[in-house]
Design a protein around this ligand. Structure first.
Ligand code: ZN
Ligand code: FE
Length: 257
C-alpha cells in the first residue's frame, strides 16, 4: 500500500517531508525546520501528523519540533545517541531499529559524519530514504563532527541499498553540488546531462529531490571515490578510496559556486 510523500520547502534551502500511509492514515513528518509550512500542508490535505522523525540535532532540522508536536500531539522519534541534544523524544531509537508509521516500516541507519548520532530512515516498500544532511543530491554533508572515514563508511552503507531507492535529503544544494562535480569530472557525460536537467528544474522553481540512488552513483562525486575514472580525474590513481573521498570533501569545502 502506498506511502505518499510530500516535499515541504522550509527556511531558505531546507526540506521537510510529510509521509502519509494511505492504508492507516498514519502521517510522519521528517525533520521540522519550522512549523508553519508543515502545518499549512497538513491542514490543506486534512492529514493529522502522528509521528515526527528526526535525522540530527542541527537547529535547521529541529527548531519547529516543539511547536509542531504541541499543535498535533505527534510522537517524536530520534536517535538515542543524540537524545541529550534533540527536543524531548517519545521514542529514542538506535541503528537497526524499525520505526512503524501505520503499515509502513522504516529501518534506522547509522549515518555519522556531518554529525555523530545522525541517523537516516529507509522505508523499503516505498523505496524512500530520508538522509538529512548525510547523503545529499549530488553531494554529502559537511564534516562538522565526524571524520572522512566515518562519512565514507556511511556512504558505503547507503550505497548498499537498491538502485531504485529514492533519496530525500535535507537541503536543496543540487545546483551548487553539480557545479562542483563538474570541476572534478568535466568529462562525465551523465553528469553534464544531469546538471542541465537540475538547472531546468531549479529555473522552473522545482525540487531536485527525490533522486534515485542509481542517478547518484553515476554523478555524485562522493559516491564515486572508489572508481578508477574518478581516481584518474584527480590524478590519484594509486590512492586509497578513503584518500580520494577525503580529497573530494576538502575540495568541496573550498568550493565557492
Ligand atoms: Zn545539519
Ligand atoms: Fe542542515
Amino acid at each position: 500500500m502506498a506511502f505518499q510523500i510530500v516535499i515541504i520547502p522550509c527556511l531558505s534551502d531546507n526540506y521537510a517531508y510529510i509521509a502519509h500511509d494511505l492504508a492507516s492514515g498514519a502521517t510522519a513528518v521528517i525533520d521540522v525546520p519550522e512549523p508553519g509550512p508543515i502545518l499549512r500542508e497538513l491542514a490543506a490535505r486534512d492529514w493529522k501528523a502522528s509521528h515526527i522523525l528526526l535525522t540530527h540535532h542541527h537547529s535547521d532540522h529541529i527548531d519547529g519540533v516543539e511547536a509542531l508536536a504541541a499543535a498535533t500531539g505527534a510522537f517524536v522519534i530520534g536517535a538515542a545517541a543524540d537524545a541529550n541534544r534533540l527536543p524531548p523524544l517519545d521514542l529514542a531509537v538506535a541503528p537497526g531499529d524499525v520505526v512503524r508509521i501505520g503499515m509502513q516500516q522504516g529501518q534506522v541507519i547509522d549515518v555519522p559524519g556531518h554529525t555523530i548520532g545522525h541517523i537516516a530512515y529507509f522505508f523499503p516498500e516505498a523505496r524512500a530514504l530520508f538522509t538529512g544532511d548525510s547523503l545529499m543530491v549530488m553531494g554529502c554533508g559537511r564534516l562538522f563532527e565526524g571524520t572522512p572515514a566515518q562519512m565514507w563508511d556511511t556512504l558505503g552503507r547507503l550505497m548498499a541499498l537498491p538502485d531504485s531507492t529514492r533519496v530525500f535529503s535535507g537541503h536543496e544544494y543540487a545546483a551548487t553540488n553539480a557545479r562542483f562535480a563538474l570541476t572534478v569530472e568535466p568529462g562525465n557525460a551523465a553528469l553534464k546531462t544531469r546538471t542541465e536537467s537540475i538547472d531546468h528544474v531549479r529555473a522552473a522553481g522545482g525540487f531536485t529531490v527525490p533522486a534515485t540512488l542509481a542517478e547518484e552513483r553515476a554523478t555524485n562525486p562522493f559516491l564515486r571515490a572508489a572508481l578508477p575514472e574518478m581516481k584518474s580525474a584527480l590524478g590519484m590513481q594509486d590512492a586509497s578510496d578513503l584518500a580520494v573521498f577525503t580529497e573530494l570533501r576538502s575540495r568541496r569545502n573550498g568550493f565557492r559556486g
